[in-house]
Design a protein around this ligand. Structure first.
Ligand code: ADE
Length: 244
């Protein structure tokens, strides 16, 4: 069984429409939807926002549903200048930009785990599903919708994702992540927490993030509109293909 997590309903709404034999289980104030997509059994859940919410949800998902792998999908703010709204980041490692137990431990290192960057379990089948979506983008997203966000061509980038309990929209926070951490592509609020739980429970983990904003002062405007109108079409396009 594949576990699929997003922080918000809007990010997975379209994928839920193709879930067959849907059953809902409520645990710890979260709805876990089980069923099949093209014969593949899956469990889908919205974690809600932030690292604590994501860690609770992932732990419950592992303990109650025993998934063979977990995939997180959702939106993120761009940190690297090469990224534009609509582009996709396939995560290769995750770091918590708000962890700092210095001087007892090096800044950004997870205390007593001894690591700062947690690697994902890169999976060629999943990467190919993302690449296929990228190459056939306009089969999934209407041109008028793409135009609204000025999406003309789409980039798919592999790289590091930073997570923390902060919606990044101010220059000072943006600069700190960009300059203090190595080669961060984008920022969000859950991925590194899910990666840590998966690491501790030894469950393969991957993450796909779609750029909804540029983590700047227009982020609070771009983010909700993009998430509602477009993000869930990415999750459906990519994950339905992955499950087939
Ligand atoms: N998710 C999407 N955009 C974000 C931002 N700017 N900061 C944190 N999380 C995000």
């Amino acid at each position: 069984m594949i576990g699929i997590i997003s922080a918000m309903h809007d990010e997975l709404a379209e994928l839920l429409l193709v879930l067959k034999n849907k059953k809902t289980t409520i645990l710890g104030n979260r709805e876990y939807f089980t069923g099949t997509i093209h014969q593949q059994s899956v469990v889908i859940v919205f974690s809600k926002w932030g690292k604590v919410a994501a860690a609770i949800t992932t732990t419950e998902l592992i303990r109650s549903f025993n998934p063979t792998e977990i995939i997180f999908t959702g939106v993120a703010g761009a940190i690297h200048h090469q990224l534009a709204i609509g582009d996709i980041v396939y995560g290769t490692s995750l770091v918590q930009h708000d962890v700092d137990a210095s001087p007892l431990f090096p800044k950004y290192e997870i205390p007593l785990l001894g690591v700062s960057y947690l690697k994902t379990n890169e999976n060629n089948k999943l990467y190919q599903a993302v690449a296929r979506f990228t190459n056939h983008y306009f089969d999934f997203i209407a041109k008028e919708e793409a135009n609204e966000f000025n999406i003309k061509t789409l980039k798919l980038i592999k790289g590091t994702i930073a997570s923390g309990d902060e919606f990044i929209s101010e220059q000072r926070s943006f600069d700190k992540i960009k300059h203090e951490l190595d080669n961060v592509q984008c920022v969000e609020m859950e991925g590194a927490a899910v990666a840590q739980v998966c690491y501790e429970y030894n469950i393969p983990f991957n993450i796909i993030r779609i750029i909804s904003d540029k983590a700047d002062d227009s982020a609070p405007i771009d983010f909700p509109v993009f998430t509602k109108k477009i993000a869930s079409k990415y999750a459906k396009g990519i994950l339905e293909n992955y499950c087939s």
